[in-house]
Design a protein around this ligand. Sequence first.
Ligand SMILES: Cc1cc2nc3c(=O)[nH]c(=O)nc-3n(C[C@H](O)[C@H](O)[C@H](O)COP(=O)(O)O)c2cc1C
Length: 218
Amino acid sequence: MIFDPAEHSPMECQFMLSQLIVPRPIAMVSTQSSDGIPNIAPMSYFLPITGDPMLVGLTMGLREDGTQKHTYLNATESGDFVVNIASDVFADQIEVVAFESDAIANEFAATGWTPVAATKVSSPAIGEASARLECEIRKVIELGTPEVPFGEVHLVIAEVVWVWFSDDVLNENERIDPLKLAPISRLGLRSFLKTVPEAVYSLPRISAEEYAALDGRS
Ligand SMILES: Cc1cc2nc3c(=O)[nH]c(=O)nc-3n(C[C@H](O)[C@H](O)[C@H](O)COP(=O)(O)O)c2cc1C
């Protein structure tokens, strides 16, 4: 099969990326509207950008009715959001918070998750998350083709101004243990991936001598 982006709609191109660039980490993004209504949405077009400054990026499209996502409206109005790292506790309700509800819906009430105050930003965090990044928006880059249905896309670049994680995700060396953090990620279509011991493996760093031997130089 081949896929020529020039022959496809923005939606089909995005769908192709979504099926092939997998698994993608899921940011559970929590925000709050100016009238105090909290919101949660999963976002898997989510990437680390740099450590200095400590930046992350999120790509936010339009809702199915063609309007802006509440996450985008809330975050650009308040200037901040919280990325709660999705793990097992969120697994069964990812589609509940992805549901494009009306303006008055409170996704904390719908899921039973607990809103907690963030340390540095105005957006609420999710109490059940074992790690979170508190983010302040630094730049929004408009991408896509707004004239085409669903062609409007915002790349939101934000600085992580505070990181919190539970002691429960640490290993004996005080490093974050991937199996204890146990992130959930998104695969193509309606599939998700859990971080389970039988799927995780480690490799030691290779030394210069070992590499040279493989390379036939010694
Ligand atoms: C696993 C998953 C990942 C998603 N990733 C994104 C994303 O990266 N960007 C985006 O705009 N929408 C994404 N969506 C869709 C939003 O979560 C959905 O539109 C959400 O309801 C937006 O809600 P809001 O209007 O309350 O912000 C994703 C949905 C799921 C289930």
